[in-house]
Design a protein. Structure first.
Length: 47
């Protein structure tokens, strides 16, 4: 495993690249889109 928080990614022992935004790049090239939940400061409300 390699961890590079200053670059926003980690390499797991199974070959998966894990990105800070929760996206993933699998060893077979498959992409898993980021799925980080939005914080409350990103939610807009209508008045």
């Amino acid at each position: 495993m390699a961890h590079f928080p200053e670059q926003g990614w980690s390499l797991l022992c199974n070959g998966v690249l894990l990105f800070e935004d929760t996206g993933e790049l699998l060893p077979d090239g498959q992409i898993i889109a980021p799925h980080k939940p939005l914080g409350t400061h990103h939610i807009a409300t209508a008045a």
